[in-house]
Design a protein around this ligand. Structure first.
Ligand SMILES: Cc1cc2nc3c(=O)[nH]c(=O)nc-3n(C[C@H](O)[C@H](O)[C@H](O)COP(=O)(O)O)c2cc1C
Length: 397
């Protein structure tokens, strides 16, 4: 069970720490609550004790039964610490190492990452002292979940509302996952293709497809987070994730050449790009002019990247393809896996509304040579990418 130290300081949003405690408990976390004296004016220790199902800690001089020291015992076995809400006062104290109550003393003794979710009146948030403390905290490696804008408890409209509790829980879990998986792919080279290829018709037009590149970019981010050396061959103009080397390409031919160049050093190749099967047989050198006549465009097959690579691949490389289908998903994917000699194929039904192309979410079935390996219902492309990378990391020789 992952363990979180949840600090609660004395802001009006302190009552929301009760929802966060309850949500994290449901998601399988142990939550150790430490409150500042001011926080107890806004929410009772009894509420947080009941929801966390353990004693709430308030007083540095309240000696533990086993004669330990409270703030030192509290940090043992922690995975993460978060202060929700974090007052301007608490941020100032943590930034400067002041330890004058149990929470600030415990935070100074931490050996795990710390997340702060500030909440305060806009004027307090915008004050140069708070902004300077914020920068100082970030330079100490503290993660911040910035406040949202909206109507504040004092009646003002502006920035300062505590971020959404579910978003805070997601950030806590994401940071935990990142730490768990850091370095799982250390020393490995991962090659990923992303986006839909564009096959030119003339200098201004192309034949393309609806692949956005979001899945491939999410895979590159997840691989980099696991310590891999990542090359992303992409047609998409999406941001390149930190630590990833990008190779921009447009056509199937350019993608083939880039994959051929980078494949020899790779341990894992994930072909998430939607590569055109056909391209215009002739590319007009000038823009094709409009006329009243019907226009027929002759198409020719593009090179089959995976088939071309087959003789080049080493037996210790893991090769993964994607199959975007609109019908008979599993049989089509199974045939593609066999025909192309893949280790795995990730199949998604792009006819389902809300997932697949252009969407931020996906639902996939992963097939290996022994049949279905995983079947994941709708989740964010980031979450699917994380699970895929963990699955491939387990299977790398
Ligand atoms: C009704 C009320 C609401 C408050 N809300 C906030 C708040 O949202 N954010 C904040 O930074 N301070 C807020 N304060 C001020 C803090 O309670 C005060 O700075 C206190 O010293 C914080 O102590 P702590 O940081 O040790 O919990 C509020 C004070 C009162 C009386």
């Amino acid at each position: 069970m992952p363990t979180l130290l949840l600090g609660v300081s004395g802001g009006i949003a302190a009552y929301k720490s009760a929802d966060l405690t309850s949500l994290l408990r449901k998601r399988g976390w142990e939550v150790r609550v430490v409150m500042t004296p001011a926080a107890t004016q806004f929410v009772t220790p009894l509420t947080l004790q009941t929801l966390s199902r353990q004693k709430v800690h308030l007083d540095p001089f309240d000696l533990p039964a086993d004669s330990g020291v409270a703030h030192i015992d509290l940090v043992k076995g922690l995975d993460l610490a978060a202060v929700v809400p974090a007052t301007a006062n608490l941020m100032a104290k943590v930034a400067h190492g002041i330890a004058d109550d149990l929470l600030t003393t415990t935070l100074l003794a931490l050996r795990c990452p710390l997340i702060l979710a500030p909440a305060m009146n806009s004027a307090m948030w915008e004050h140069p002292a708070t902004q300077a403390n914020l920068r100082l905290l970030e330079s100490h490696g503290v993660s911040l979940i910035p406040p949202a804008s909206g109507e504040l408890a004092c009646g003002d409209i502006g920035i300062g509302k505590l971020a959404d509790v579910e978003e805070i829980a997601n950030r806590i879990e994401a940071l935990h996952q990142k730490r768990l998986h850091a370095n799982r792919l250390h020393g490995r080279r991962v090659l990923i293709t992303a986006g839909g290829t564009r096959e030119p018709l003339d200098p201004v037009r192309y034949l393309g497809n609806r692949s956005s590149g979001k899945m491939g970019h999410a895979l590159a981010a997840a691989a980099a987070m696991r310590g891999a050396e990542v090359t992303l061959i992409t047609t998409a103009s999406l941001p390149v994730p930190p630590g990833v080397g990008a190779v921009p390409v447009a056509t199937a031919q350019e993608m083939l050449e880039a994959v051929q160049k980078h494949l020899p050093g790779a341990d894992l190749l994930v072909m998430a790009a939607a590569v055109a099967d056909y391209r215009p047989a002739r590319v007009a050198s000038q823009k094709i002019k409009k006329s009243d006549e019907a226009l027929t465009i002759a198409l020719e097959p593009t090179p089959d990247i995976l088939a071309t690579l087959r003789p080049l691949r080493r037996p210790d490389q893991l090769i993964v393809g994607f199959a975007a289908e609109t019908d008979s998903l599993i049989p089509h994917a199974q045939r593609k896996l066999e025909r192309k000699g893949l280790d795995f194929i990730v199949a998604n039904d792009v006819s389902r509304p809300g997932i697949g192309f252009e969407s931020d979410e996906n639902a996939v079935t992963v097939l290996g040579n022994d049949g279905v390996v995983a079947n994941w219902e709708v989740a964010s492309k980031q979450a699917i990418a994380e699970r895929l990378l963990d699955l491939f990391a387990d299977r790398l020789p």
